[in-house]
Design a protein around this ligand. Structure first.
Ligand SMILES: CC(C)(COP(=O)(O)OP(=O)(O)OC[C@H]1O[C@@H](n2cnc3c(N)ncnc32)[C@H](O)[C@@H]1OP(=O)(O)O)[C@@H](O)C(=O)NCCC(=O)NCCS
Length: 194
């Protein structure tokens, strides 16, 4: 990040095409149980695409999501109000690795195809750019055609990971001057844990 501090993610409301209103806000440690319910409620395929496991996602992985913001990253939740209280329907995060936002998103299966994935990616991109980061990147399973199609449509550069054909590296430059110039080599360092 260029100079200290990610601009805070403002609490906001997103209205879907069908008129449903959703709250969007940063995640806090108090969201642990709701996050567990969200992740356990994903289909095996969605859980595999996001966390590389069809089984139970380990607690430290969820804890690291909730802690993303403490290292200059972002952890955002999209919530719907129900009779039983708020429920997470999607989330997005990035962690900062040098000048790069390493991101991932997930949308509850019943809420997919309503524009949430596109909007989450757009919001993370906006926040990363405002924070002075130069690029946004992620690892996507090569079989995750839907995510890859969405990212291509959002202007990301996609390429097969030369070291692991099961993964695609996806990347977009965040500087205005670089936007049309294609992607650079990804920054070295660990990827976002899934
Ligand atoms: C991938 C994912 C994030 C997409 O989120 P979503 O909310 O369903 O996506 P959207 O509704 O914003 O759809 C975005 C675009 O995807 C494309 N898309 C939708 N369904 C598609 C399909 N079946 N095949 C190909 N492209 C499709 C369309 O271009 C759509 O464009 P539109 O906005 O004009 O309709 C979501 O399916 C998901 O969470 N999957 C499981 C977890 C995962 O894969 N996370 C990514 C890990 S890196």
């Amino acid at each position: 990040m260029a100079d200290g501090g990610v601009p805070p993610l403002a609490v906001q409301e997103w209205v879907l095409r069908d008129g449903v209103r959703l709250a969007v806000r940063p995640a806090t440690t108090a969201d642990g149980p709701a996050l567990r319910a969200f992740v356990d409620g994903l289909s095996r395929e969605s859980r595999y695409f996001r966390y590389l496991t069809g089984g139970r996602v380990a607690e430290p992985v969820l804890e690291s999501f909730l802690a993303s913001a403490t290292d200059g990253g972002v952890a955002m939740l999209v919530l719907v109000d129900t009779d039983q209280g708020e429920r997470i329907v999607a989330n997005g995060q990035y962690v900062v690795n040098q000048d790069t936002a390493e991101f991932a998103v997930a949308v509850d299966d019943d809420w997919q195809g309503k524009g949430l994935g596109r909007r989450l990616i757009g919001k993370l991109r906006e926040l990363a750019r405002s924070a002075g980061l130069h690029r946004m990147r992620g690892d996507v399973l090569s079989e995750n055609r839907r995510m890859l199609a969405l990212l291509r449509d959002c202007g990301f550069h996609l390429r097969r990971n030369p070291e692991d054909s099961m993964l695609h590296l996806v990347e977009v430059a965040l500087d205005r001057a670089e936007e049309s110039g294609g992607a650079r080599a990804p920054a070295a360092g660990p990827s976002l844990s899934r």
